[in-house]
Write a protein that binds this ligand. Structure first.
Ligand code: R5P
Length: 273
């Protein structure tokens, strides 16, 4: 890897833990103004000190994020369909690598839809994006999307989708946690980050997902709804950082969360892991 590529990769991972807590706020690219993400700038502001990376689109970066932010940016560069479309796999690359360079981002991300009607198009687009990324020193994150078929999130399917993404050259793969996740990790030679998916029932379930993913070998999270749809997003992301960076147990993570909630608002500091 050239220095630029290595530098961008290094900036996304905590040098002490080797892990990352990426904050995903890119949902609007196909879901529109998702609940609690109606105004991304407002949702994002209190969470910025705790996000190792922010994941979003160029439109939200330009309109809702001050250029003074220090967080590395993971730029979503695929899209083209919305939740109103029957086939969510009908995506293509919508933002060229030149623009990612101009926006000074740390990596670009696109969805691949393995086993879906547009499998071929999204996988070949990933190959092309990796070629552009290699030429520009820009890491590429492949997102193993499942569209509306959430039941696809099992080890057999995800290990196939993650491995194929890595074989096509993705530098990082973003996927879902599943039972037997270590099988997905074993088959994928590049770092895996785990999405949260739709909001879970309780805080403990979110911390358990993060804990089990890290224990199985994930390099971190790229999580959205389970953080900013929480009634206490800052406490939640702090607890997740404890699990991801300090290897806290679920119980210890819950203690971090409760301690944060017990602290009077005005006195809560950024205390980073
Ligand atoms: C889909 O909109 C994006 O890839 C999200 O960034 C990804 O699903 C992570 O967000 P969440 O944790 O809400 O699933």
């Amino acid at each position: 890897m050239d220095w630029g590529m290595r530098n961008r990769m290094a900036r996304m991972f905590n040098p002490n833990s080797g892990h990352t807590v990426m904050l995903a706020v890119d949902h609007g690219y196909f879901m529109g103004p998702t609940r609690r993400l109606e105004n991304v700038g407002v949702t994002l502001a209190p969470l910025l000190p705790y996000a190792d990376v922010i994941a979003l689109t160029r439109g939200i970066l330009r309109t809702s994020v001050p250029p003074t932010v220090e967080n590395p940016v993971l730029l979503r560069v695929s899209g083209g369909v919305t939740v109103l479309h029957e086939d969510l796999s009908d995506e293509m690359v919508t933002t060229p690598i030149e623009e990612a360079l101009r926006l000074n981002v740390c990596a670009v991300a696109m969805s691949v839809f393995v086993g879906a009607p547009h499998e071929h198009e999204t996988l070949t687009a990933l190959g092309n994006l990796v070629s552009d990324g290699e030429a520009s020193g820009m890491p590429v994150v492949a997102i193993t999307a499942v569209g509306k078929e959430l039941e696809k999130r099992d080890a057999r399917y995800l290990s196939l989708a993650c491995r194929v993404s890595a074989e096509l050259g993705a530098h990082i793969v973003k996927t879902y946690y599943c039972e037997d996740f270590s099988r997905v990790v074993e088959g994928c030679p590049v770092p895996l980050v785990v999405a949260g998916g739709p909001k879970l029932d309780n805080d403990e379930a979110v911390l358990k997902l993060a804990h089990d993913a890290i224990a199985a070998g994930a390099a971190g999270l790229d999580m959205g709804r389970n953080i900013w749809q929480s009634d206490h997003p800052v406490a939640m992301i702090k607890a997740l950082r404890a699990v991801v960076h300090d290897r806290a147990t679920v119980r210890e993570g819950m203690e971090v969360l409760k301690a944060e909630l017990a602290t009077p608002k005005g006195t809560r500091g950024p205390a980073l892991a």
